[in-house]
Design a protein around this ligand. Structure first.
Ligand SMILES: [Zn+2]
Length: 150
């Protein structure tokens, strides 16, 4: 019972601390505040767990908490910290993947810009039609028999 109440208080405190921060930063700001990223959120939650652990140590040393409650609360916080750390590593991995994918997309976009629009080059006059066309914009030759290559 004590454990549940302690966890609820911790969660409530975390939400209470986070909410005004988010709403204040979010208002009138088109870009997301750094802390709203999944990674930032995880780090903040980890800090909260560490704070709770420190408080727990103090209460234990001050004799304010029963040994049994101390042990179970401590186990719980440590488990939470471990889970958050695993989630952080996962999020970091995801962010790295995102960076890799974004890099590939950028590279693709760049190479697409450099490549001439082969698909719509007129076989008759060589005019590079800038958009998909059935007939050459320059001489009117039919160019649909040049299917678009991936
Ligand atoms: Zn042509």
């Amino acid at each position: 019972m004590f454990l549940v109440i302690g966890l609820l208080i911790a969660l409530g405190l975390a939400a209470f601390v986070a909410t005004p921060l988010l709403s204040a930063e979010g208002a009138g700001n088109s870009t997301l505040p750094v802390d709203v990223t999944p990674l930032g959120d995880l780090k903040r939650r980890r800090l909260v767990v560490y704070e709770n652990l420190k408080d727990l140590e103090f209460e234990h040393q001050a004799g304010k908490i029963a040994a049994q409650d101390y042990q179970s609360l401590r186990e719980n916080y440590l488990g939470e910290a471990a889970a958050l750390m695993a989630a952080t590593q996962e999020a970091e991995q995801l962010r790295e993947n995102d960076a890799v994918i974004e890099g590939e997309i950028a590279a693709r976009r760049a190479s697409r810009k450099i490549q001439p629009p082969q698909d719509y080059v007129c076989p008759h006059c060589g005019f590079e039609n800038p958009v998909p066309v059935k007939f050459c914009g320059e001489c009117g030759t039919r160019i649909t028999d040049h299917p678009r290559k991936p």
